[in-house]
Design a protein around this ligand. Sequence first.
Ligand SMILES: NC(=O)c1ccc[n+]([C@@H]2O[C@H](COP(=O)([O-])OP(=O)(O)OC[C@H]3O[C@@H](n4cnc5c(N)ncnc54)[C@H](OP(=O)(O)O)[C@@H]3O)[C@@H](O)[C@H]2O)c1
Length: 292
Amino acid sequence: MSKKELSASVAGDVSLGGEISVHRLGFGAMRLTGEGIWGPPKDRKGALAVLRRAVELHVDFIDTADSYGPHISEELIAEALFPYPAGLVIATKGGWNRHGPNQWTHDATPGHLRKAVEGSLKRLRLDRIDVYQLHIPDPVVSFEASVETLAQLRDEGKIRLVALSNVTQEHIERALKIVPIVSVQNRYSFADREWDYVVDYCESNGIAFIPWFPLGAGKVAGEVLDRIARAHQASPTQIALAWLLGRSPVMLTIPGTSSIEHLEQNVAAASLRLTDEEYRGLFEVPRLVASR
Ligand SMILES: NC(=O)c1ccc[n+]([C@@H]2O[C@H](COP(=O)([O-])OP(=O)(O)OC[C@H]3O[C@@H](n4cnc5c(N)ncnc54)[C@H](OP(=O)(O)O)[C@@H]3O)[C@@H](O)[C@H]2O)c1
């Protein structure tokens, strides 16, 4: 594949609330932190280089959260890329905290979300966050109270666009009564399709869908993927990404990696086109798994 084709722009664009347009192949910055999404990366220079290479490859959407590290992922983004190139959209999140490696605790109270947004603004060195995502609904806090807080922060000019993560269609409908929702981020891949109906709902309503764990796969998935990958002289992860891009025009992928080589492979997946048969073969994987 020539260097000319190695561009995230080849994936095409998706609109965020009719206000911002970004390439559908973005970057997830969670994996840049230490083991268990905790602490600084082993190779700090390498992490900064991955972020800079992503932007060189025209990636213009970077996903992060205050809890990655915590704080480390946002700090690395600012260190690598500030002052930010025009058009670069950073989408961060709040409401789900880390207290140790692989440990999560909820706090989507209005008071915490306000503090979280202030912290992200400071670490990212921004006056306004382009996309702010409620990381996950808090089971002991009114969902409406969390979303209303983000709507207020938007009215105050601290957030440009509001988004959700780890939600059902019902959550999206409730949030839309309060504020426009520009994207939804849920776990999703060709092999992991619990949220198929949310993808369809987002497509019908002009909301971008951001799949997390987009490269996830199992044994049966691996067999089907390997066969298609060989046909395209591509890697299985590239095929998994190409499937997602074909799944819906509102799909905004954010494969995460700490390696420049993997980053370049992921960006190259933007130019892969699966045949209808290949697309359907992968679509059927969950059914195949269930029948074995
Ligand atoms: N909203 C949420 O609750 C939530 C939860 C999880 C993640 N996220 C977001 O979603 C993003 C992506 O999710 P994820 O990181 O869990 O999953 P992912 O992107 O599916 O997988 C990342 C893993 O795949 C490896 N990888 C990446 N590219 C590869 C390639 N070309 N070949 C081989 N291995 C490759 C990475 O290792 P190497 O570093 O070795 O490449 C890493 O271990 C995160 O960065 C984060 O921004 C959101």
